[in-house]
Write a protein that binds this ligand. Structure first.
Ligand code: AHR
Length: 495
């Protein structure tokens, strides 16, 4: 059996675990909102139409923050259509659907309160600009006595919502975006918008739009040009990445976090370069506000939607064991870079490439990818440790050599709890993992470890078998040794 080793030392830390790492994303797309989180008339719906079954799963998932309302959708969105008693129906150009606007800003922010999550709102910098962004901020944050703050009160909410985290648009480097821009056009608009919004409310955090992906032709130059224009106005730059298995190449797919590592390193280096050029002491961090497994090629190979429907089934990927292991490895990378990844959102929350799946009028259940997120969110506490992993490698067509085992650990100095998150990417062989935790100076042993694996790496959860794939007690544990099954995600608390 191949052998890997992890060495942990409480003195070697990266950064505190940030709760905003465990963000999610709700876009007006497909059934994420309608029949996802919101379905008036559903047997579990509360008087606001929020599905209680989905709220319960959102809390169990451990989501800390939710980005809204898009995504591509936001680049054509008029937020005023979705507030007050008269809602306006419009065609949504991004996804070729009809938006009823029955769910809007007030519903979202009320839903956040129920779910116990922080809102991250995106403003439309595709078809709109500074004025409409400031209007929305006036609606959400201004105490009262002005047109939009009084409108909020008239709509039932006197107290400001106090939204702190704002995205200055979405993926505006992409030609698919309504109102896409050059970096120069966007950078100027983003800087002006942030400046104006801060004039109304000085205590805001802003995310500038980064490249839509590392394969974009302008990846790197876009970030440099945008940050050159916005550096002193913003706090973070966004990164987006989606992964899928292509042409049966499971080995490369399982190593997807090597690309995420490359994105984080490249964007960090670019931001620091601009900071140096501007002689600024400020550090710009990353908001990885869209990441996940997404079978994008299946979506792109479908004929374009020509009918205009309301909340049709779109991007409803059903996830497998392998997908869950990849999601686990992406969480490992996000945690490992907690010094520079300040926020992150798994895209999306329900039905649309989401960990929660629902049937209209029916039940809600956990997709396979629900589990690594929920476990990491619950158990990653305190500080991220600089986790030394020594692992045999395997050859991948896409990335060359990739380590079979990847891992990250967290340590909570207050409770003494240590949690180790590990993937084994071998397609066919177990790997024995030894944990060297001598530096803790006290005897640590593996506690109630769990593993997510299956003889069928393509096994999925369905309405009829919603728990077919779930973490189970780890069978291969002894003292500080764990046998990791092939294609597996393990969570190993040390007690
Ligand atoms: O999450 C799905 C889509 O992916 C989002 O709308 C967009 O921002 C990205 O391209």
């Amino acid at each position: 059996m191949q052998h890997a080793k992890v060495t942990l030392d409480p003195a070697f830390t990266i950064a505190p675990v940030r709760r905003r790492t465990f963000g999610s994303f709700v876009e007006h797309l497909g059934r994420c909102v309608y029949t996802g989180i919101y379905e008036p008339g559903h047997p579990t719906a509360d008087p606001d139409g929020f599905r209680q079954d989905v709220l319960a799963l959102t809390r169990e998932l451990g989501v800390s923050m939710v980005r809204y309302p898009g995504g591509n959708f936001v680049s054509g969105y008029r937020w005023e259509d979705g507030v007050g008693p008269h809602r306006i129906k419009r065609p949504d150009l991004a996804w070729h659907t009809i938006e009823t606007n029955r769910f809007g800003t007030d519903e979202f922010l009320r839903w956040c309160g129920r779910a116990g999550v922080e809102p991250m709102m995106a403003v439309n910098l595709g078809t709109r600009g500074v004025a409409e962004a400031v209007d929305l901020l006036e609606y959400t944050n201004h105490p009262g006595g002005t047109h939009f703050s009084d409108l909020r009160a008239a709509n039932g909410r006197a107290k400001p919502y106090d939204v702190r985290l704002w995205c200055l648009g979405n993926e505006l480097d992409g030609p698919w975006q309504v109102g896409f821009k050059t970096a120069r056009e966007y950078g100027r608009l983003a800087a002006q918008t942030a400046r104006a919004m801060r004039m109304l409310d000085p205590d805001l955090s802003f995310v500038a739009v980064g490249s839509s992906g590392s394969a974009m032709p302008e990846f790197g130059t876009w970030e440099a040009e945008v940050l050159a224009a916005t550096y002193e106005e913003v706090d973070m730059i966004s990164a987006h990445a989606y992964y899928e298995e292509v042409d049966g190449d499971l080995g490369s797919f399982l190593a997807s976090n090597l690309d995420m590592e490359h994105v984080i390193r490249s964007v960090t280096a670019t931001a620091d370069h601009i900071g140096a050029r501007l002689k600024s002491r400020k550090q710009i961090n990353i908001s990885f506000d869209e990441w996940n497994v997404w079978y994008l090629s299946r979506f792109q190979n479908q004929p374009p939607i020509t009918t205009w429907e309301t909340a049709p089934r779109q991007l409803e990927d059903i996830y497998s064991v392998a997908d869950a292991v990849v999601v686990g490895s992406l969480l490992i990378s996000l945690l490992r870079h907690s010094d520079r990844v300040e926020a992150a959102c798994q895209a999306q929350l329900a039905n649309v490439i989401g960990p929660i799946f629902t049937e209209p009028g029916g039940r809600a259940w956990r997709q396979t990818i629900f589990h690594p997120f929920a476990q990491a969110s619950r158990l990653a506490r305190g500080t991220v440790l600089r986790t030394a992993v020594s692992s045999p490698a395997y050859e991948t067509p896409k990335f060359g050599d990739a380590p079979l085992v990847d891992a990250v650990a967290t340590h909570d100095p207050e409770t003494g709890a240590v949690a180790l998150f590990v993937v084994n990417r071998s397609i066919d062989a177990p790997v024995r993992l030894t944990i060297d935790a001598r530096a803790f100076g006290r005897e640590l042993r593996v506690g109630d470890a769990t593993v997510l694996a299956d003889d069928d790496v393509y096994a999925v959860n369905t309405a009829d078998a919603p728990d077919r794939v779930a973490p189970r007690p780890h069978p291969g544990v002894s003292a500080l040794d764990v046998v990791l099954p092939p294609v597996s995600w393990s969570v190993i608390p040390l007690a």
